[in-house]
Structure formats: structure tokens, C-alpha cells
Design a protein around this ligand. Structure first.
Ligand code: NAD
Length: 360
């Protein structure tokens, strides 16, 4: 075992099918008396049901959350919060809504309770992001951590199958990169491995029966574990690529994760044997994890091709340039030809080649 430093993140988690009525007690426990409920326009109906559960505590609903937290959205939500005189927020939704709650926690010091409805896992991390002039700035600050997270799998039944699959693979990607992170330590390692195990089994069942309550519960439990592993470690090439691709071409976040994951696993595998062993155990396979993830994506009907999720075919060189501009953690050194080969395979929907490297 390598030397490590591990800091537990202060996090209260309430988990269980049908547990969202407990939200009112969580808000009271934190001493919040007037909260702003945050959601996307698409989830306003569900968020208003949550506001009903909160009763007099919910003084307003801001249904303007958008992907990647545009600065104008954060400012509008801050104005709404001040106008309503709130002392906290309840973010009901996926990474976009929880990201908005984080922006308010950072800018306006408003504490947040998160009610996640996707598998993205943002609620478990101190990572915030705000987009200004087309550029997403990100950072780490414990101030943005939710004070409590209420995970009710019943709220995820409405997440369409396609989004459930890509969101679940987004969470798996967090765990994969945690498993070879430079600052991995024993507890995040356990969380990551079990998170992958829970999610991959659950996603197969969700594709068959989208409202299978046990599958939805397992998937959300897996998402919690993968998010917690992300929150405690440093991410590598996969997250860097997704960040650059999403920001440059405005691509759907979870879809990009789903397409790239087998390719990055193939590339990094020679430099991360322990992570690959953990992945084999979690995936329950003897074959290479990159091949197993590729087969899984195909079985689940996930996108496997960057062109079909919107990447222009002439965009590879620009992404390679941006990714190589700043150094970041990765178990295997990255160079231009390798990255070009990896992205070209992913762009055209070719399978990963763990046996021969990305460029062959
Ligand atoms: P999202 O929050 O953008 O949601 C996608 C769509 O699904 C939205 O229209 C939303 O309203 C809808 N939706 C969400 N839950 C639903 C449900 N249960 N039923 C029906 N519709 C539902 O997607 P996401 O993938 O969860 O989040 C993506 C964003 O989160 C990106 O900006 C990404 O960078 C960020 N993120 C941040 C972190 C972090 O640690 N900071 C981690 C993961 C993702």
C-alpha cells in the first residue's frame, strides 16, 4: 500500500426509497427557515412537489438551472434568493441544478441541501464550476459541499432510460479515475469498486425495466459511492477530455463520458494494473475492463461515437492542443499522437484496442 493522506468530507446522507419527506426534518435540523428550491425548467413540476413537502419553509422556486451553470443563471438565482430573503437552498435535480446550488454557496454563502435525481454525483464533491463567456471555470472549495444530501431513488424513476444509462456511465467514470488517482486511499478505493459493481448491474436491469425499484435503488447507491470516490481524489485524462470536449463543442456531458470511457481505460490500463484488477472484480469479468466497458455500453444502448453526440470531425486537433496545454494527473504519460489516435477512434465509433494501444 502506498502512503496516503485521507480527509473525510463532512457529509450527512439520508438514503432510501420514499425518503424525500424527511427533507423537511433535514432543513429544520440545519436551522434553515426560508429556503429557495432550485431546479431546471424541465423539473419544475417535481420541484414544486418537493416545495409542498417543505411547506412554509419553501418560500420560492427558481426553475432556471442550466447545464454548466452560466454566470447569468447564477446571478439571477442570487437575485431571487435575496429578493425572497432566504437562508438556504434545496437543489432538486442533477449536476446542473446542484452546480447552481454550489455557485450560490460560493458566491452568496447560502447553505444547500441536495436532492439528486441523476447519477452524476456532483452532490458528493467540493468541485464547483461556472461558465462565463463560453469558458467554464472550475475549482475545489469545501464551502460548496451540501450540508445534507437526501437520496430518494423514487425520484429517479422518471429519468429516461437513455439518460439513466449515460448518467450511470458518467458515475462509473468517476470511480474508474478514482481507482488510478495519484491520491487514492483505502476508503475511496472501496467506494469506487463497490460503486461500479452496484451501477453496472443496476443499469442492465433499468434498461429492461425502467421503474424496477431495486435497480433504481442500487443505481443511486452506486452513484453515491462513485461520487464520493470522485470527491476524495484527483481526476485524470478522462475527465480532462470530457471537460475540453464539452466546453469546446457544447456536447452533452454524460454522453461524452459514456463514449470515451472504454478508450481511456484502454489507454491507461498498462500503467494502472491495480485499478484494472479492481475493475475486473467490479465488472465480474475476466476480459480486459476496456473491452468489458465497450460491450456494456453497446448492450445498454449508450452512445459509442463522438460524431453522433455532436463532435465535428475536424475538431480532433483543437482538443488535443487544449488537453496538452496544461499538465494534469494521469497514470500514463500523454502525447499528441496517442491522444489523436484515441480521439479518432472515439470519433468514428471504433472499439477500444487495449491489446495494441490506442493508435493501432
Ligand atoms: P443535468 O443535471 O443537466 O440533467 C439533465 C436533464 O435531465 C435536465 O433536463 C434535467 O432536468 C433532467 N432530469 C434530471 N433528473 C431527472 C429525473 N429524475 N427525471 C426526469 N428528468 C430529469 O445532468 P447531469 O448529467 O446530472 O449533470 C451534468 C452537469 O453536472 C454538468 O455541468 C457537469 O459538469 C456537472 N457535474 C459536476 C460534478 C461535480 O463534481 N462538480 C460531477 C458530475 C457532473
Amino acid at each position: 500500500m502506498r502512503a496516503f493522506t485521507y480527509e473525510t468530507l463532512p457529509m450527512r446522507v439520508v438514503f432510501g426509497p420514499g425518503c424525500c419527506p424527511e427533507l423537511a426534518g433535514e432543513v429544520d435540523r440545519l436551522g434553515m427557515q426560508r429556503v429557495l428550491v432550485l431546479c431546471t425548467p424541465q423539473q419544475e413540476h417535481g420541484a414544486r412537489r418537493i416545495a409542498d413537502i417543505l411547506g412554509h419553509r419553501a418560500v420560492s422556486v427558481f426553475a432556471g438551472a442550466r447545464v454548466h451553470v452560466p454566470i447569468a443563471t447564477a446571478e439571477a438565482a442570487g437575485t431571487a434568493a435575496r429578493a425572497a430573503g432566504v437562508d438556504g437552498c434545496v437543489a432538486v435535480g442533477g449536476g446542473s441544478t446542484i452546480g447552481l446550488g454550489k455557485a450560490l454557496a460560493l458566491r452568496d454563502s447560502l447553505p444547500m441541501v441536495a436532492v439528486p435525481t441523476t447519477y452524476a454525483g456532483s452532490e458528493m464533491t467540493p468541485i464547483w464550476g461556472v461558465t462565463e463567456d463560453g469558458v467554464k471555470r472550475t475549482g475545489r472549495n469545501r464551502k460548496v459541499l451540501p450540508r445534507a444530501v437526501v437520496y430518494d431513488p423514487d425520484l429517479t424513476h422518471s429519468l429516461p432510460v437513455g439518460s439513466s444509462v449515460t448518467s450511470g456511465l458518467n458515475a462509473v467514470a468517476h470511480a474508474v479515475e478514482a481507482l488510478y488517482a495519484p491520491d487514492l486511499s483505502p476508503i475511496p478505493a472501496l467506494m469506487a469498486e463497490d460503486g461500479v459493481r452496484a451501477l453496472v448491474g443496476a443499469l442492465e436491469r433499468i434498461v429492461r425495466t425502467p421503474t424496477d425499484p431495486d435497480a433504481r435503488t442500487d443505481a443511486l447507491r452506486g452513484s453515491w459511492l462513485c461520487g464520493a470516490a470522485l470527491g476524495s481524489t484527483t481526476m485524470s485524462l478522462h475527465h480532462k477530455l470530457c471537460h475540453v470536449l464539452g466546453g469546446t463543442f457544447d456536447l452533452p456531458h454524460a454522453d461524452v463520458h459514456a463514449v470515451l470511457l472504454p478508450h481511456v481505460v484502454a489507454f491507461n490500463s498498462p500503467a494502472a494494473p491495480e485499478a484494472m484488477a479492481a475493475l475486473r472484480r467490479a465488472l465480474g469479468v475476466d476480459l480486459h475492463p476496456a473491452s468489458a466497458l465497450w460491450q456494456l455500453a453497446n448492450r445498454l444502448g449508450a452512445p459509442t461515437n463522438l460524431a453522433t453526440v455532436g463532435m465535428p470531425t475536424e475538431g480532433v486537433a483543437d482538443v488535443v492542443r487544449q488537453v496538452l496545454m496544461e499538465p494534469y494527473a494521469n497514470p500514463r504519460p500523454v502525447d499528441g499522437p496517442d491522444l489523436t489516435a484515441l480521439l479518432t477512434r472515439a470519433l468514428h465509433g471504433d472499439g477500444p484496442r487495449p491489446d495494441r494501444g490506442p493508435g493501432t
